[in-house]
Design a protein around this ligand. Structure first.
Ligand code: GDP
Length: 210
């Protein structure tokens, strides 16, 4: 199986509108989740390149769509990208900010032809929130596969991890329907100790490499 060297990632662009996105060529995977679930930590763990997430935390860029190119060793001139979508669910966000976020996300998710899948990160201890479910429903409507990452598993015992994962799978089935039919997969992860990183790399390779 072909592999991607995720260490060869570099910041490309921050956009709030499709007018400034990088050219819509190649394949990309977008990462989304509530603020504080560990989105930046996952990107750091995957790429081993701490400055990437720092870039997306730069004030003014946290509410942007941040694009990172990954060197494609398999096919020249075929861009591979990770896309850091702005975190949602800030406690005291103003309705107008929420509206801007909604339209920016809808624009990206519906227009971007290179988008091959979404990583939705949640905290394994908290399970699904309303906005997570809205995103899952939207992804289903536009037919984009979603890989759900249950992050911060290092905070739980093996037993509790297993319990949380089964509870979540049941909830997903009840709210969305059969996972396979709806193109939803689930994995346990820890950005702190790296558990699950190989499984994630395999999934990303299967989405990104044509
Ligand atoms: P973001 O807002 O989603 O980008 O979240 P960050 O990556 O900034 O992480 C938020 C907080 O959670 C930070 O204090 C991280 O150190 C912590 N964190 C992120 N991932 C993990 C994890 O897997 N395990 C633990 N224990 N803490 C984590």
């Amino acid at each position: 199986m072909k592999k991607i060297n995720f260490n060869k990632a570099q910041y490309t662009n921050s956009s709030v509108s499709c007018k400034t996105y990088p050219q819509d060529l190649g394949h990309e995977v977008a990462i989304v989740g509530r603020s504080n679930v560990g989105k930046s930590s996952l990107i750091n763990k995957l790429t081993g390149y701490k400055r990437l997430a720092k870039v997306s935390k730069t004030p003014g860029r946290t509410q942007c769509i941040n694009f990172f190119d990954i060197e494609n060793e398999n096919i020249v001139d075929y861009p591979l990208r990770l896309v850091d979508l702005p975190g949602y669910g800030y406690a005291a966000v103003h309705a107008s900010v929420q509206e801007k976020w909604d339209s920016m996300m809808a624009e990206y998710l519906t227009k971007r032809k290179s988008l091959k899948g979404l990583l939705l990160i949640i905290d394994i201890r908290h399970l699904l929130k309303k906005l997570d479910l809205e995103l899952l429903t939207f992804a289903k409507q536009i037919n984009v596969p979603i890989h759900l990452i249950l992050n911060k598993s290092d905070k739980l015992s093996k037993n509790k991890i297993h319990q949380s994962e089964s509870k979540l799978r049941k909830e997903l089935k009840a709210q969305i329907g059969d996972l396979q039919q709806n193109n939803i997969s689930v994995q346990v992860f820890s950005a702190s100790n790296g558990s699950g990183v190989l499984e994630l790399e395999d999934l990303l390779c299967s989405w990104l490499l044509p």
